[in-house]
Design a protein around this ligand. Sequence first.
Ligand SMILES: [Zn+2]
Length: 408
Amino acid sequence: MKQSFIFIGLLASQQVFSHIPDFSAHQTQAVYADLNLLKQARIPVLYADNQTNIGYSVLTPTMLQKLSELSHQHGRCGNFEALSQIPNDINIVKKDLDAVNKQHKKDLSYMSVARNLTVAQNPKIAEALQELKADNIKQTVTWLSSYHSRYNKGANANVHVNDFYEKMKLMTANSSFPVTVDLISHRSTPQKSVRVSIKGSTKPDEYVIFGAHYDSISGWGGTGRAPGADDNASGSASLLEAMRVALTKEQPQRTLEFMWYAGEESGLLGSAEIAEAYKVEKRNVIAVLQLDMTMFPGDGEFKITSITDFTSPWLRDYMKALNTTYLNIEILDDKCGYGCSDHASWNRRGFPAVFPTEAKFNSMFQYIHTDKDVISSVMSFEHSLVFSKIALAMALDLGNSTQREALH
Ligand SMILES: [Zn+2]
């Protein structure tokens, strides 16, 4: 009881604790989450930034379940980032959220001036885009959604992971340039992430990163059937098809990394740890593309959505310029709140991220996180192929250019 009393006192405003109470006795989880969602779930907020709408809370298992269920009810993927440990000083939280706020202000100033980012047409890239096959996406989604569940905390958390890893080893075995495939272990989940790294020829220390989570969830977790066809076998498949073609092209100048993340559904677990490691290692990340849900054409086929919160306006402009040059489809804008997918892990740490997805928020596939998230006639693999085209065009263009977000 005591614990909840302390919390309630803090609900109203941006109260700042100089010292965080000792939660170690309880099985609690610290999170950064969408502030509206925290308030709607009546979860006490220990610190909040009202400009970026992010709140910090420490949740008991019951609160975590409530938050997850509420975000799932809204058709969202989690909408929170689980922190690997509870910060022992609120100033750590303040520093993290101030960094997001600073980024937000930088983005606003970038957007306040007229911009006209264009991408010149490269016939080789246009040709490569034609090699992408919707049927390959269908095969991969069929395969990944055939596992009973890809839940990151389930008994079989790494069954599909090990199969996926072996497949990556086979796909890259005969590459004519240096490609590494590795399994990344995490502290916060038993599930591993897979990374394929295509080393850059002239700028190997500049990274262009492509990611998708390949875990799944049904309801609040547990042992239920979790096919996760749209969420997120589809994004994982769109990414794999782009990589398949990229591997047949010349060695890129910059290093290209393709990552399949663990534990997104339980709070961006895999991507948060990887992004944190890249930040600590001061890696020079030029751009991060996130693919999550690509197969349900909720607003009509070939009409997709670019998520505008917690993404880089420069990279959004760049993606739209690629579209104008190579695809010419309609790209709408929408928001989805903090932590709605793995792009947030990179954005929060200052790396430029972009997140195109299948439809606007309220038009997305409504059966995600249930055993009904399976391939059906409402799905379109041609729609999913659009995301492979964006990824491949970005890999071949940005992977061989000097373009980057202005550093100031
Ligand atoms: Zn997802």
